[in-house]
Design a protein around this ligand. Structure first.
Ligand SMILES: *Cc1c(COP(=O)(O)O)cnc(C)c1O
Length: 291
């Protein structure tokens, strides 16, 4: 049960000095590991423990070509002695030069199966999963983005026991909602958890509600810049300026949008004076190379 813990102990918090009335602290999950980065480490932790307990030798999961989850799974599988298989969205990618994420995953020994966008949509379909079980027998399957009950159990450990009294607001970037669900579950009732969606739309609210009954949270897609992996010149300018000012690396898919949103909300007076805000830096910096 302790296989990942030595890495987790290295997490540190960084304080940002701002000329305003709120206190910002960044939890640097990006520093856990260069490749099993940030929140993906917490999402995978108990899945790998479970796969090991059940005696599986292979891990299979799903993702797009730029998925941090694919890279993290490939790396963790290699580190802990599993074979890994990635079901990748986009048939056309099979014949192209791999991007840095896929190249890294391949280097870690991951086998790819490229599927059409149409087939990829079936990833939660029982029949499609049965086919995969036949094609890859004795395989532990982790869903897209790594979000399942064990992932949410792992993400609860992003918070430390003392956080309940030290912070009023906790902010987190949201993709599938698994990470924020774990944080919500572990939060104190008087804390507010604020999610910054990396993609457009209201459906994520329901996704999160599947995993938690708590109501001390909210979600905004106001800073998604048009959708998943989309950017605006303003966002890129913000990231560049922020990195120079605070010596803290961001990427443009998740963490960049969250910091962009928080700074905008601060400037609009959204937070109560003297709010103590904890920002979860969820990592993903391997994707930064592809900007
Ligand atoms: C995957 C990812 C997220 C989103 O996590 P979910 O649990 O899918 O919401 C946030 N930040 C980074 C850097 C990620 O790689």
């Amino acid at each position: 049960m302790t296989m990942f813990d030595p890495i987790a102990q290295t997490i540190s918090d960084q304080h940002l000095n701002l000329a305003c009335s709120v206190q910002l602290t960044v939890r640097r999950l990006d520093q856990i590991h260069p490749n099993i980065s940030g929140n993906k480490f917490f999402k995978l932790k108990y899945n790998f423990v479970e796969a090991q307990r059940l005696g599986f030798k292979k891990i299979l999961t799903f993702g797009g070509a730029y998925s941090n989850h694919i890279a993290a799974t490939a790396y963790a599988a290699q580190l802990f002695g599993f074979k890994s298989i990635g079901i990748i969205r986009g048939e056309e990618l099979a014949s192209k030069t791999y991007n840095p994420t896929l190249m890294l995953a391949q280097k870690m020994g991951m086998d790819f199966k490229f599927v059409s966008r149409e087939n990829y949509k079936l990833k939660q379909d029982p029949e499609f999963n049965q086919q995969l079980q036949v094609e890859y027998p004795d395989t532990y399957i982790i869903p897209e983005g790594g979000t399942n009950a064990l992932a949410i159990q792992g993400c609860q450990e992003i918070l430390k026991p003392q956080d309940g009294t030290q912070y009023d607001v906790i902010c987190c970037a949201v993709g599938t909602g698994g990470t924020i669900a774990g944080i919500i579950e572990r939060s104190a009732p008087e804390q507010h958890i604020l999610g910054f969606s990396a993609l457009k739309g209201d459906f994520l609210k329901q996704e999160i509600q599947q995993w938690t009954q708590r109501t001390n949270w909210s979600l905004t897609d106001a800073y998604c810049c048009g959708g998943y992996a989309k950017t605006t010149p303003e966002l890129l300018r913000f990231i560049h300026h922020f990195e120079q000012e605070y010596q803290l690396p961001l990427e443009h898919i998740y963490t960049g949008k969250m910091f962009y949103g928080i700074f905008d909300l601060i400037s609009k007076g959204y937070f109560v004076e003297n709010s103590r805000i904890l920002l979860i830096h969820t990592g993903g910096l391997q994707g930064r190379l592809t900007i």
